[in-house]
Design a binder for this molecule. Structure first.
Ligand code: SAM
Length: 277
């Protein structure tokens, strides 16, 4: 093996052509081909040398190459069987650092199949959001060490949004109450082949300790009720949540407020009282 086993790889565009991997719209395929951009993305989780990384939806393997070059041990799950030969070639020269699983990431039981790992993914937006919510609701501390995920820009902004903004909602609270979430990179639509309709952004999320005495399921139900009717005052939207209006009173939170004015900390305090009862 040469010092850099990846030095002789053909450009990704040639790999895509050689394996007939034209992007399929139904699979939400928009590929990143620029090695410099991919190397920058691979730096977002921090130093990956010797780290286990779970990549969801590697496609032809552009980000996978960058993650391997950054020193990660990669487990990748891809559902498009057309991509497996190209990924197999990459696995062969990776010196045992890439294993590929053919399958649907939505059905993977990560704690038993993947174990502790950083996560990186450029996924179709609907799949990405479904996985994010599941990962944020995982038992704490979760199996994932960090999440580096591509979203359409508007979703990324909802994840990191602060109260009193139009983007602030359930996703913001779920992402921020026991994690730190930030936008690490913004990408114009033209960075992808083919370009999607909207711009994208990469969110980086790391877990923190969970506030004591708060049941995650209760917080989840509370935010679903509050933001399910975001134009309504809490006294109307929280009627369906047992003891929630009493909790507001205990905390001195006006029931005439609307959910976007309630801070993450206030949601946590309401949930803590409800978790007690
Ligand atoms: N990571 C590559 C890149 O950045 O160029 C490909 C990104 S493309 C937007 C999304 C990839 O995720 C596709 O290869 C698609 O087949 C795969 N994919 C879509 N849904 C999936 C799922 N549920 N489980 C696993 N892979 C999926």
């Amino acid at each position: 093996m040469t010092a850099d086993p990846f030095a002789d790889l053909p450009p990704l565009r040639d790999t895509i052509a050689a394996h007939g991997l034209s992007a399929k719209k139904a699979l939400g395929q928009n590929f990143l081909l620029d090695p410099n951009l991919l190397a920058k993305i691979a730096r977002i989780p921090g130093d990956l040398h010797g780290q286990h990384l779970y990549e969801v939806g590697p496609g032809p393997g552009g980000l996978t190459r960058a993650l391997l070059k950054a020193g990660a041990r990669v487990t990748a799950v891809e559902m498009d069987s057309r991509c497996l030969p190209a990924l197999g070639e990459l696995a062969e020269i990776s010196g045992g650092n890439l294993s590929v699983i053919e399958g649907d990431a939505l059905t993977i039981d990560e704690p038993s199949t993947i174990g502790n790992a950083h996560v990186a993914a450029n996924l179709p937006y609907n799949v990405g959001t479904a996985l994010l919510v599941r990962w944020l609701e995982a038992p704490w501390l979760p199996w994932w060490r960090s999440l580096t995920l591509m979203f359409q820009r508007e979703v990324a902004e909802r994840i990191v949004a602060l109260p009193q903004t139009g983007a602030y909602g359930r996703l913001s609270v779920l992402a921020q109450w026991r994690s730190t979430a930030r936008i690490a990179m913004r990408l114009p639509a033209r960075a992808f082949v083919p370009p999607p309709k909207v711009d994208s952004a990469i969110v980086h999320i790391t877990p923190r300790a969970q506030p004591v005495g708060v049941d995650a399921e209760i917080l989840s139900r509370l935010t679903a009720a509050a933001f399910g009717q975001r134009r309504k005052m809490l006294r109307a939207s929280l009627k369906s949540v047992p003891n929630a209006l009493e909790a507001l009173e205990t905390l001195g939170i006006e029931a005439t407020r609307r959910p976007e004015t309630i801070s993450v900390q206030e949601f946590v305090e309401i949930a803590r009282i409800l978790s007690d009862g």
